[in-house]
Design a protein around this ligand. Structure first.
Ligand SMILES: C[S@@+](CC[C@H](N)C(=O)[O-])C[C@H]1O[C@@H](n2cnc3c(N)ncnc32)[C@H](O)[C@@H]1O
Length: 285
C-alpha cells in the first residue's frame, strides 16, 4: 500500500477510536518516523517522493496501533511543543497544554516588567518544565527555579532544564511547600499550573485519564488542595508587589478569588481564555 493509502487507513482507524485530530496525528506520526515536518510530508506525498523503508513502515504501523489505543501523540514522538520551546516528554510526566501557553503570558509580562536586573521566578509544580523554561528562554535576564514533586516527572524536568536553560534555570525535586526559605521575600513572580481537578471528576479523554499521572491531575474534593499550598508558599516567597499567576479549572474562578482574598492577596483578578472561560487568577503580594 502507498504511504498515502496508509495515512488514509490510519485516519479512519483514529476517527473510529474517537480521536478528534485523526488526520493531523497520522501525518505527524508519519513525519516523525520519516524525519519530515508535517509540511514536508504533505509535499512529499504530493510529489510522490516519500518512500519509507520496510523498517520505517513497521515502526509506523506500531505507532499507529498505539495511537489508536489512545496513547498521547506526544508520548509516541517523545516531545511536546510549548510557546517557542520543544520539551522532552513521556510516561510519568504531564503533557503541557495549549491553554497553559496563554496562562504563561501573564508571568512573562510580569517578569519583563520587574524593575530589577535579574528577575527571580518560581514555577511551582513544574512537570516537564514548560512554563518556567518558556519564561527562561523568553526573558533572558530572568533566573527561573522549577519545583516538581514526582521523581518520574522530575527526570523530564531536569533533562529539559539542562537542555533549555543551563545558565538561568534550576530544577528542584521536592514538594512545593518546601521551597527554600532562603528565597523568602526575594521572588518577583510565582506561577503555578497545579493539579486542580476534583478527585471525583475523572477526565473523559483516555489520553488524560490513563496517561497523565494522577499527581498531576487531582487536587482533592474541590480540586483546590494544592492551590491553597501554592497561595501560602507564594505568599512567603514573593516580595511586596510581586506577582502570582495560577491556572485553574473553568468552574473555579470564584473559589480561587475567594481563597486568595482570604489569604490577603491584593488586586485579585480572574482572566477568561479565548472561549470566555475563567482559567487564570493573578494577584499581587
Ligand atoms: C498539571 S501538572 C503541570 C505541569 C507543568 N507545569 C505544565 O503546565 O505542563 C502539575 C504538576 O505538579 C506536580 N505536583 C503535584 N503536587 C505537587 C506538590 N505538592 N509539589 C510539587 N509538585 C507537585 C505534578 O507531579 C505535576 O507534574
Amino acid at each position: 500500500m502507498s504511504l498515502g493509502g496508509l495515512l488514509d487507513q490510519a485516519t479512519s482507524r483514529f476517527e473510529v477510536a474517537g480521536i478528534e485530530s485523526a488526520r493531523v496525528d497520522a501525518e505527524l506520526l508519519a513525519g516523525f518516523v520519516l524525519g519530515y515536518s508535517r509540511g514536508e510530508l504533505q509535499s512529499a506525498l504530493i510529489a510522490d517522493t516519500a518512500n519509507p523503508t520496510p523498517e520505517q513502515l513497521e515502526t509506523l504501523e506500531s505507532l499507529f496501533a498505539r495511537r489508536e489505543a489512545r496513547e498521547p501523540l506526544q508520548h509516541l514522538t517523545g516531545e511536546a511543543h510549548f510557546r517557542n520551546i520543544t520539551l522532552k516528554v513521556g510516561k510519568g510526566v504531564f503533557v503541557p497544554r495549549p491553554e497553559t501557553e496563554w496562562v504563561t503570558q501573564f508571568a512573562v509580562d510580569a517578569t519583563k516588567a520587574a524593575a530589577v536586573a535579574e528577575p527571580l521566578v518560581f514555577d511551582l509544580c513544574a512537570g516537564s518544565g514548560a512554563i518556567g523554561l518558556a519564561i527562561a528562554s523568553e526573558v533572558a535576564n530572568a533566573r527561573v527555579i522549577g519545583i516538581e514533586k514526582s521523581p518520574d516527572a522530575f527526570a523530564f524536568t531536569r533533562a529539559n532544564y539542562e537542555a533549555i536553560a543551563p545558565n538561568n534555570g534550576t530544577a528542584i525535586l521536592g514538594d512545593l511547600s518546601e521551597a527554600s526559605s532562603d528565597f523568602d521575600g526575594l521572588v518577583d513572580v510565582v506561577i503555578s499550573n497545579p493539579p486542580y481537578i476534583p478527585d471525583q471528576m475523572v477526565p473523559v479523554y483516555p489520553e488524560v485519564a490513563l496517561h497523565d499521572p494522577g499527581l498531576a491531575l487531582y487536587g482533592g474534593n474541590d480540586g483546590l488542595d494544592v492551590v491553597r499550598v501554592v497561595s501560602q508558599t507564594a505568599k512567603r516567597l514573593l516580595h511586596e508587589g510581586g506577582t502570582l499567576v495560577i491556572e485553574h479549572a473553568d468552574m473555579q474562578g470564584e473559589a480561587v478569588r475567594h481563597l486568595l482574598l482570604s489569604d490577603g492577596w491584593r488586586q485579585v483578578r480572574t482572566h477568561q481564555d479565548f472561549n470566555g472561560r475563567d482559567r487564570t487568577a493573578t494577584a499581587i503580594r
